[in-house]
Design a protein around this ligand. Structure first.
Ligand SMILES: Cc1cc2nc3c(=O)[nH]c(=O)nc-3n(C[C@H](O)[C@H](O)[C@H](O)COP(=O)(O)O)c2cc1C
Ligand SMILES: [Mn+2]
Length: 485
């Protein structure tokens, strides 16, 4: 596998500009306007441009926000060091292979770091020195942490975890933290809290794109996402030792905080509401009815002209992450479970996973659907599994809906399975059920395949073949203004 050539978020932006659309926007308001504009761009523009906000209302030039970084699969390919002239499904296949072959590589300590260009300690600490947005209209505050990395270390084994958890600005030196039950960052904090101690942490805002990919992937306990970042990069990830906590700090991050999370019995605060990825306000204090942990900030470091990475959730009809890496993990797991002839797997958020197979025998579609319901990559927090034939590209929602509309007999081809693994974030979970701790839901499997017994007699598709379409699109690319394939 090719190593990833660029070194940090800034260099990624320069590389991404070469392969996809990019806009700089000046004068936008951090208070809801940026959030609304990003969401509308993700919804209304196909392969949305990457947006870089500068001269944000009330803030000096150079204090920037990067949005929609991964809303085009070509930029996800750039981020992972993969070729950009391939189809989305092919990039997904290559990303799957890269994740599969990555092994942990220890971090490398360096002596100087761009992130130390500016240092705030003591009374100088002020989180609102940065143009932190209020993203959604009814958010309970401004969120510095959306595409962030929280780093802390297990006091027993020394294992260093890195996860993405949302962080709200409570005041100039306090951040709110929402870590769902069971998240590694939370489990580590709990070990300190049980002894009445505060947990030292590092927070990164505007980290290396590969570190962000690793931080929100579900690696097992004990496997450091910092070392997996090195594995995916193809070289050690460079860090310095945090002067306050001794924890690793990624050397070329844009903004970093060091601090500690006191036991919630000592300090905790209401967190949220915050618009979440299913398209509703959830999680935090409205989901749990409990106040949530906080980070007391001891130091802030940032590069000159820092960039906040915005990964705030959008209404799911807007594209934010155009290529979902969890889908690659699902594809791999289906093959490992012995499902033959899987030609693609893609999750359109965790609520709809689509599996494409080349049907070989009666019952093949059912075998694939049942497996997809239970693979760890798709078992949690789902709604629909759709099994399609190999002429359907599972990443293409128009093709998937067409298969569901024309190949499903509702009476016989939709199967309901109850009591599956869900989460309290599910907006359709009745309140009493959620409060009782029964965090399960029902699922539907759609067998949107031609019936196996008469598949060769199924009406012939009238749409032009992929070959003819691609050839024609290439020929008339300029004339009609087709997007580049
Ligand atoms: C943009 C984004 C935001 C996320 N926000 C949260 C969050 O606020 N709380 C949370 O518990 N998980 C959140 N997640 C999911 C975690 O990052 C993910 O489960 C990760 O595997 C956690 O790391 P861990 O397994 O080391 O705990 C988010 C993921 C993404 C991509
Ligand atoms: Mn982890």
């Amino acid at each position: 596998m090719e190593p990833v050539a660029y070194n940090d978020l800034r260099e990624f932006i320069e590389e991404a500009k070469k392969v996809s659309d990019y806009r700089e926007i000046e004068g936008a308001d951090w208070d809801r306007e940026i959030g609304a504009l990003v969401e509308a761009t993700g919804e209304l523009v196909a392969q949305p441009p990457m947006l870089l906000f500068d001269k944000i209302k009330g803030y000096p030039a150079g204090f920037r926000i990067l949005s929609l970084a991964y809303a085009s699969y070509k930029r996800v390919a750039v981020a992972l060091g993969l070729p950009t002239d391939k189809s989305k499904l092919e990039v997904l296949r290559l990303a799957t292979a890269k994740i599969k072959s990555a092994r942990p590589v220890p971090t490398k300590e360096v002596q100087t770091a761009p992130v130390m260009e500016n240092v705030m300690t003591g009374d100088d600490i002020d989180l609102l020195k940065f143009p932190v947005p209020r993203y959604h209209e009814k958010d309970g505050g401004r969120y510095l942490g959306t595409g962030d990395n929280l780093i802390n270390a297990d006091p027993d084994s020394g294992f260093v975890n890195m996860g993405t958890y949302r962080m709200q600005v409570h005041d100039r030196n306090t951040l709110g933290l929402w870590m769902s039950p069971g998240q590694h960052g939370r489990l580590i904090c709990m070990k300190y809290w049980e002894k009445g101690k505060s947990c030292p942490v590092v927070g990164v805002f505007g980290g290396h794109p590969v570190a962000f990919m690793a931080a929100h992937s579900k690696f097992p306990w004990g496997l450091s996402e910092l070392e997996m970042t090195g594995g995916l990069l193809g070289r050690p990830f460079e860090i310095i030792r945090g002067p306050v906590t001794g924890l690793p700090i990624p050397a070329s991050a844009e903004i970093v905080i060091e601090g500690e999370v006191p036991p919630p019995t000592v300090e905790s605060r209401p967190e949220g509401p915050f618009g979440e990825w299913p398209g509703y306000y959830s999680g935090g204090s409205i989901g749990t009815k409990e106040p949530q942990p906080v980070i007391k900030i001891k130091a802030i470091y940032h590069r000159n002209n820092p960039i906040i990475e915005d990964e705030a959730p959008l209404w799911p009809g807007a594209t934010k992450l155009d290529l979902n890496l969890g889908s690659g993990v699902l594809w791999d797991q289906l093959e490992n479970a012995g499902i033959s002839d899987v030609v693609g797997a893609y999750c359109h958020t965790s609520y709809m996973c689509v599996i494409a197979i080349k049907q070989r025998y009666a019952g093949h579609a059912k075998q694939a659907g049942m497996a997809a319901l239970s693979c760890s990559a798709s078992a949690r927090n789902g709604r629909y599994v759709v099994v399609v034939d190999d002429d359907i590209d599972p990443t293409n929602m128009k093709e998937v809906l067409w298969a569901m509309m024309t190949r499903v007999d509702p009476k016989t081809n939709i199967e309901i399975i109850d009591q599956c693994w869900s989460t309290p974030l599910d907006p359709r979970m009745p309140r009493e059920k959620r409060d009782s701790g029964d965090h399960t839901n029902s699922r539907a499997i759609f067998y949107a395949v031609r019936p196996f017994e008469w598949k060769d007699k199924f009406p012939v598709v009238s749409r032009s073949s992929r070959e003819l379409r691609e050839q024609t699109v290439r020929k008339y690319q300029e004339k009609v203004g087709f997007p580049k394939l």
